[in-house]
Design a protein around this ligand. Structure first.
Ligand SMILES: NC(=O)c1ccc[n+]([C@@H]2O[C@H](COP(=O)([O-])OP(=O)(O)OC[C@H]3O[C@@H](n4cnc5c(N)ncnc54)[C@H](OP(=O)(O)O)[C@@H]3O)[C@@H](O)[C@H]2O)c1
Length: 348
């Protein structure tokens, strides 16, 4: 049986190690085997290792972002041929993880990489985009329902939105998806050094988080909007930032959280009409799969048309082994405004 290299979490909360394991062959009907050329890192990867969440079986292979080449094609799959450049989201199961040299993929959730994108740029997209898109566009309880059919004509012009943590990978896609449905103004809260870049993605106003504290944020946003109600708050940080976001949110507005919801006692029993959705960024669930398929159908064109640009990327050395130091940097909050990407085929 032929072998491949994979980055394994040896045991629950155990070490990351590079190891040889069997290479997947013969994809089941509806699936592809993809040779992983680039895989991006996400906070959830180190959280799974550190806290022992989401996986029951070990050793475990994580990694949610894949860009690569179609290696094998399962029965019934149309639209792909061997060697096509593709990108896709991995999921929390070893056969679908990104931190290995070959992975399985459900063909309905795979898109062609547009010519202008490198493998590493394409790998920056899947999980972070799904986190933004499901939270903003899918109906409750998964999201706040702004564009459940991924319709091109949805129009919220004249309505204000705020993205807290605009320079995060997720925040950058949230800004672009708000621009796609024509929100304006789109205000963001992030480090000032990213302001120009975030404006290029669609932000109209950037509030520097090093100048304005969370407690001052509601007042500063109100001044910027001239009192126009903020219909949407996307909180890509979701620590105590959610209290500021909730205060800013219009009475009939919707707020998306990427982390634990601490707002329950503000919502329960107060008669508030504000909607709060905590996103779980899987496009494969019964409640999200129709939307996920529509998103993957649209994805290549969205990028070709310039509606969506990938994150800026930093390429990591040392193949799969390089992921370990990259995740340490993320854990220590030492990554700012870029997506870290590893190249599994360069593993020695
Ligand atoms: N629920 C889900 O399914 C799901 C899925 C994906 C991600 N997430 C979560 O969403 C969050 C964002 O993920 P990501 O991959 O986008 O993160 P990321 O790109 O790794 O985030 C790094 C950025 O965080 C920013 N930041 C840190 N603290 C901040 C604060 N207090 N206020 C504003 N910005 C702050 C830094 O911004 P500056 O450089 O501007 O200072 C830095 O650029 C993480 O907590 C992640 O675990 C949840």
């Amino acid at each position: 049986m032929s072998e491949q290299k994979a980055l394994l979490i040896e045991s629950k909360q155990g070490r990351f190690v590079v190891s040889s394991i069997p290479k997947p062959t013969l994809p089941p009907p509806g699936e592809l085997i993809v040779k992983v050329q680039a895989t991006a890192l996400n906070p959830v990867d180190w959280k799974i290792q550190a806290y022992g969440i989401f996986y029951e079986k070990y050793p475990a292979i994580v990694g949610s972002d894949v860009a690569g080449d179609v290696e094998e094609i399962g029965e019934g799959v149309v639209g792909f041929k061997k060697g096509d450049r593709v990108f896709l989201q991995g999921s929390f199961a070893n056969e679908y993880g990104g931190f290995q040299q070959y992975t399985r993929a459900r063909a309905d959730f795979v898109a062609h990489i547009p010519k202008q994108l490198s493998y590493s740029q394409a790998a920056s997209i899947p999980l972070a985009l799904a986190t933004a898109a499901i939270g903003l566009y899918v109906n409750q309880p998964s999201g706040i329902g702004l564009n459940p059919l991924f319709d091109t004509s949805t129009n919220y012009s004249g309505q204000a939105a705020l993205v807290i943590g605009g320079s995060t990978s997720v925040g950058q896609y949230a800004i672009q998806l708000l621009r796609y449905v024509k929100f304006g103004p789109i205000i963001t809260y992030a480090s000032g050094r990213h302001s120009e870049y975030l404006k290029s993605l669609g932000a109209t106003d950037c509030i520097d988080r090093n100048q304005v504290s969370l407690s001052e944020l509601p007042r500063v946003v109100k001044k910027l909007t001239g009192g126009v109600p903020v219909k949407v708050v996307y909180d890509a940080i979701s620590n105590d930032s959610q209290f500021a976001g909730y205060e800013i949110l219009a009475e009939d507005g919707g707020m998306v959280l990427t982390g634990e919801n601490k707002l329950q006692d503000k919502i329960d029993g107060t008669g508030s009409k504000k909607t709060v959705a905590r996103v779980f960024a899987s496009p494969f669930m019964p409640t999200t799969q129709e939307f996920g398929k529509a998103m993957y159908k649209n994805l290549t064109k969205l990028i070709e048309d310039g509606d969506l640009v990938p994150n800026r990327v930093e390429d990591l050395p040392d193949g799969l082994a390089g992921i370990i130091a990259g995740l340490e940097r993320m854990k220590k909050d030492q990554v700012s405004g870029v997506k870290l990407v590893a190249y599994p085929q360069e593993t020695s």
